[in-house]
Design a binder for this molecule. Structure first.
Ligand code: HAM
Length: 420
């Protein structure tokens, strides 16, 4: 017996339709927002994440799955989607294609965290990244795409937004933070004492109770925004209001990754327990140049699929019915079982989800199987049916039946399908 690694999850055959539903919804949202899919490798050179996500973050400091390959290269399983997307953008010269470049991805991501409900070591993200536009419309479009996605899934979450400014106002704010934290340093955790020197903004993201109490009274970034950042933030807010998106401004949202500038946001819900954030993102105008590309503004989000799933299951959001066979073709004896097998495979060529016995079961056992697995129609084929070339097609939901020519089952089911 082998066990699944800690913090990972299997998707079972009777659950996968939920994944497909969420992923199809993501793809449909991507289609209407004219986002094009990108796929990047599951691992990248470690340096990409160190630089991109930032040395002072928990993700880089504590949570990466880093290993050396047989060629002595340091590789890391992607802890998130943005750094790889930026590498793809720069390496493939997408900056010389018409802007904006609008992308999305559905990807696994890996973080060595303490697993709990809604927190896994392998999880999946639907993310979007829009490159090339510095304008507030893009921030609003990205947030509206996230909101559309959650609405389509019937997920209720509160949107919280903030601006963490640009280099100029951040320097000013960091000074104010340091001034505030300095006399309180010895009441704070060791990590925060290091953060004080390396990246004081990170202190606001600390989960330790003691530090949380202290940060509650810390100065707000929104009081330190430069005129340009303030105007940008106000424009984002007025666009969101015009789009009918409800939000609150929460100056404590600083995000756990280092690349953000200006707008940051999270969709949170109390129904996923302690792991409240189901979607997070923001603007990152400095990341592309940091990773060797031309100065290019960008904005995006990542939504955690497992957290969405949990939320939808907890709140009985409308998952579709799991798919079942359109028709089960049962055979009475060896000859008709053979005919049922051939017929089922013919129907499949016409796009019908058809099933026939693969187990050598008795007729009774075949009928039981068809019933248990929720086949929508049933046809029993025996000597008489083969002779006459027609069989009774029974509708399982109400027991009604109609005689149908064996060559016309496909047409019959397609007509019926419109009524399902
Ligand atoms: P993030 O906030 O680190 O942002 O992750 C985005 C989402 O991934 C979270 O809101 C959460 O739903 C999910 N998530 C994160 N960690 C875990 C975990 N251990 N287990 C389950 N779900 C998890 C990013 O990753 C950024 N790349 C988002 C972004 C894109 N910003 C700009 N563009």
């Amino acid at each position: 017996m082998y066990n699944i690694p800690k913090g990972t999850k299997d998707v079972l055959p009777n659950q996968s339709y939920k994944w497909q539903y969420i992923e199809n919804t993501a793809r449909e949202v991507a289609r209407v927002f004219n986002l094009k899919e990108i796929r990047t490798p599951v691992f990248e050179y470690t340096e990409l994440f160190r630089r991109g996500v930032g040395e002072t973050t928990d993700v880089v400091g504590k949570e990466m799955y880093t290993f050396e390959d047989k060629g002595g290269r340091s590789l890391t399983l992607k802890p998130e989607g943005t750094a790889g997307a930026v590498r793809l953008f720069v390496e493939n010269g997408l900056s010389s294609t018409p802007m904006p470049v609008k992308t999305f991805y559905i990807t696994p991501a890996f973080r060595y965290e303490r697993p709990q409900s809604g927190r896994l070591r392998e999880f999946h993200q639907f993310g979007i990244e829009i490159f090339g536009s510095p304008n507030a419309e893009t921030d609003a479009e990205v947030i509206f795409a996230a909101s559309t996605f959650l609405n389509k899934l019937g997920v209720k979450a509160q949107l919280q937004i903030n601006s963490i400014g640009c280099k100029t106002c951040r320097a000013e704010y960091n000074r104010a933070l340091k001034e505030y934290f300095k006399p309180r340093l010895n009441e704070m955790c060791e990590t925060c004492r290091t953060r004080f020197d390396t990246n004081p903004l990170r202190i606001l993201d600390c989960k330790e109770e003691g530090c949380k109490k202290i940060t509650a009274e810390a100065p707000d970034i929104t009081d330190y925004l430069c005129p340009d950042c303030r105007a940008h933030f106000e424009r984002v807010q007025s666009l969101l209001s015009a789009l009918g998106v409800k939000f609150t401004v929460n100056p404590r949202i600083v995000r756990g990754l280092d690349y953000y500038t200006r707008t940051v946001f999270e969709f949170v819900s109390s129904s996923v327990g302690a792991q409240g954030a189901i979607c997070g993102g923001g603007r990152y105008d400095g990341l592309i140049s940091l990773l060797g590309g031309p100065q290019t503004p960008a904005v995006g989000f990542g939504a955690g699929i497992e957290r969405l799933m949990l939320l939808m299951e907890n709140t009985s959001s409308p998952f579709p019915q799991p798919p079942t066979a359109d028709i089960y073709l049962a055979g009475m004896d060896d000859m008709s079982r053979n005919a049922a097998f051939i017929l089922a495979n013919k129907l499949r060529q016409g796009g019908i989800n058809a099933e026939a016995d693969l187990m050598g079961r008795s007729l009774k056992a075949q009928l039981k199987y068809a019933d248990k697995t929720g086949a929508k129609y049933l046809a029993v084929i025996g000597e008489d049916e083969l002779k006459s070339g027609s069989a009774n097609i029974k509708k399982m939901s109400d027991g009604s039946a109609e005689a149908v020519n064996l060559n016309e089952i496909e047409t019959y089911l397609k007509k019926e399908k419109k009524l399902w």
